[in-house]
Design a binder for this molecule. Structure first.
Ligand code: ADE
Ligand code: ZN
Length: 326
């Protein structure tokens, strides 16, 4: 079996996926029409053309605009179910899914509408496709900590459905330390903390995510490579990084997939996983991310097997379930 055939077929886990980032233009148009919400594009082709980004903020502006059409529980169900259908096609058997409540509650959509739609899709995915999932409630870092506290409060009736809290959106100028108190309060409520750090922001933000937010996993983390002491610590602590290759090239954090650092990260002993981030916007679901790296970086079968193994080992599945996949 070739490495490409192997990665298409093998059971895999995805640990870094924004559900709003899996919103395909076709579904966006369909939901916009049924909700009678105007979108600033004439057709699906025009939307796809707009997906050219100079940096993270360029992308986020379009991503938040796309989410505007999501109003009803059924919309969140359809969005989530569409992602799970991709999972079934690619043999993704476990997904840890981020959702951004504030993207919706800021527009007057109730927290309950968002989570009930996502939850119903999770249950159907488990029942109909055998796909397990966990939810990461992500705070938007361009908003205030007070705002995040409000979201934490809104989440409490649904605490049993949410496993982790995360931190995403515009990284530069919004360091992890801005959210120290709300992360402390979230951990007290039983949520496991993770955070985007070192995607566009400096290595210093990764130190803060570790020391101030006390995260159990780093989302992206690429910029750790500018700081050898930090790499040493991440390796020593077996701290997983959820790396997103096609996201990095689409947002120009890496100029060319041939220069992607994922192989170097493995060589350094970092606990790397491969993920898709926002596949509808970056033109590639999980398998496509693996294939791009296999081809551009000439990854060996052993390296690919290690990446797949890491995707389960550094998931937040219970240990006895993980063992079935490793
Ligand atoms: N929200 C969705 N995708 C994101 C990314 N790659 N970085 C930060 N925030 C995000
Ligand atoms: Zn992300």
């Amino acid at each position: 079996m070739t490495i490409s055939e192997y990665i298409k077929k093998v059971p895999k886990a995805e640990l870094h996926l924004h559900i709003e980032g899996s919103f395909e233009p076709e579904l966006m148009f369909e939901i916009a029409q049924r909700n009678k919400v105007a979108i600033p594009y004439e057709n699906v082709e025009a939307v796809k053309k707009a997906y050219q980004f100079g940096n993270l903020q360029d992308f986020l502006d379009i991503y938040y605009a796309g989410a505007n059409v999501l109003l009803h529980e059924q919309d969140f169900y359809d969005l989530t179910m569409a992602y799970f259908k991709h999972c079934a096609e690619e043999n993704i058997v476990h997904a840890e899914i981020m959702f951004d409540p504030q993207t919706h509650t800021k527009r007057g959509v109730e927290f309950s509408t968002v989570i009930n739609g996502i939850q119903r899709a999770r249950e159907d995915a488990e029942k109909n496709h055998g796909i397990s999932s966990l939810l990461i409630m992500s705070y938007l870092r361009h908003l205030t900590e007070e705002d995040a506290f409000e979201t934490l409060q809104q989440s409490l009736p649904y605490k049993h459905l949410i496993k982790m809290v995360g931190l995403d959106s515009s990284e530069k100028g919004n360091p992890p330390s801005k959210f120290q108190k709300v992360f402390e309060a979230s951990v007290k409520e039983g949520y496991i903390p993770v955070a985007h750090a070192g995607e566009e922001g400096p290595a210093e933000y990764i130190w803060e995510a570790l020391d101030v937010l006390k995260v159990a996993r780093i989302d992206h983390g690429n910029n750790c490579l500018t700081d050898s002491k930090l790499v040493e610590r991440l390796v020593a602590e077996k701290m997983a990084l959820t790396v997103c290759p096609l996201s990095n090239t689409a947002l120009r954090n890496v100029d060319d997939i041939k220069n992607h650092p994922v192989k170097k990260m493995l060589d350094l002993g970092l606990k790397v996983t491969v993920n898709s981030d926002d596949p509808a916007y970056f033109r590639g679901y999980l398998t496509q991310n693996y294939l791009a790296c296999i081809e551009a970086l000439d990854l060996s079968m052993e390296e690919v097997k290690l990446l797949v193994r890491n995707s389960f080992e550094y998931s937040f599945l219970p240990e006895n379930v993980k063992e079935n996949w490793i």
